[in-house]
Design a binder for this molecule. Structure first.
Ligand SMILES: O=C(O)C1=N[C@H](C(=O)O)C[C@H](O)C1
Length: 304
């Protein structure tokens, strides 16, 4: 196994990423511009729930369709609307120098962390992935969460690679969309990375097996309920957690029945919180799914 490049000095206190992080959508107006008023109102509403914080400009935030000034403006709006809530910023790319420079540009942003995926489109070797994350972590102004999402990046991070990266003092956790339960368990057993479920339907299993929490797009709705599920699981109160979780699952599955974040934006639009507008190539959810989402959303409320 290749070794890590040189790294920075360890943080004295390891950061705590446990709990529920909301992977924020970026609302757009009908003319396609970022709807900062809707974003601020959304951040204020969610800040009242017991969340760990926000993930800004992740895949749910349509970061790939935002230029850097827009991403900075989105981050600023969230920080201003909910100043007491921690923020993780998504940073992705496939050019090492430009991605490192982007990280450097966020130095004064007061971030709790950055969420870094593998370089998209390139499909490097495991040694190349180790180098990518190691070099970026060396230069990151905030603790790094590895975003393991092979179906978006095209690169699978092997268990050995992740365990090697866990030795880096700036790499604190993983958003786990890896689709490999054995790998998830090995990381939890190893204990150095905080494992956050990144697939909404896997939240229960991951946290029940010792994961620290979740980063979830579905957390825009029934937020307190989902946060409670995680808290109960972390407290070994399985039956109570299951009772709250089960009514959420059909809605969660429907929220990913079409490409995220179309369904979530449709539901938030039906609640009057924003327009159901996405930037190309993402598309709005179908009318049939919108109707189903509203029925499933009401069913969670009815479940009490
Ligand atoms: O943006 C995120 O973070 C999330 N992305 C996943 C995705 O790739 O669609 C879903 C998850 O709920 C949060």
């Amino acid at each position: 196994m290749p070794s890590l490049p040189s790294s920075s000095v360890a943080d004295p206190t390891p950061p705590d990423f446990s709990g529920l992080w909301v992977a924020l959508v970026t609302p757009f107006r009908a003319d396609g511009a970022v709807d900062h008023a809707a974003l601020a109102a959304l951040a204020r509403r969610l800040a009242a729930a017991p969340i760990a914080g926000f993930v800004v400009c992740g895949s749910t935030g349509e970061a790939a369709a935002l230029d850097e000034p827009e991403q900075d403006a989105v981050l600023a709006t969230v920080a201003e609307a909910a100043p007491g809530v921690r923020r993780i910023m998504g940073v992705s790319g496939h050019h090492l120098g430009r991605t490192a420079a982007r990280l450097g540009s966020l130095a004064g942003a007061g971030l709790a962390g950055v969420l870094l995926p593998a370089p998209v489109y390139i499909r490097p070797s495991q040694a190349g992935l180790l180098d990518w994350f190691g070099q970026l972590a060396d230069r990151s102004p905030a603790p790094v969460l590895i975003y393991d999402i092979p179906y978006r990046t095209g690169s699978t991070l092997a268990r050995e690679t992740l365990l090697a990266l866990a030795a880096h003092p700036r790499i604190a956790g993983i958003k786990d969309c890896g689709g490999d339960a054995d790998k998830t368990r090995a990381l939890i057993a190893d204990g150095r990375l905080q494992v956050l479920a990144g697939e909404d339907a896997n939240i229960f299993a991951t946290v029940a097996e010792g994961g620290a929490g979740a980063i979830a797009a579905s957390a825009h709705v029934h937020t307190a309920r989902l946060a409670r599920v995680i808290a109960l699981l972390r407290d070994d109160r399985l039956a109570e957690a299951r009772a709250l979780w089960q009514p959420l699952l059909p809605l969660m599955e429907a929220l990913f029945a079409e490409p995220n974040p179309g369904p979530m934006k449709a539901l938030l639009a039906a609640r009057g919180e924003m327009a159901a507008v996405l930037r190309a190539p993402m598309t709005a959810a179908s009318e049939a799914l919108c109707a189903r989402l509203q029925a499933l959303d009401a069913a969670v409320d009815a479940a009490g």
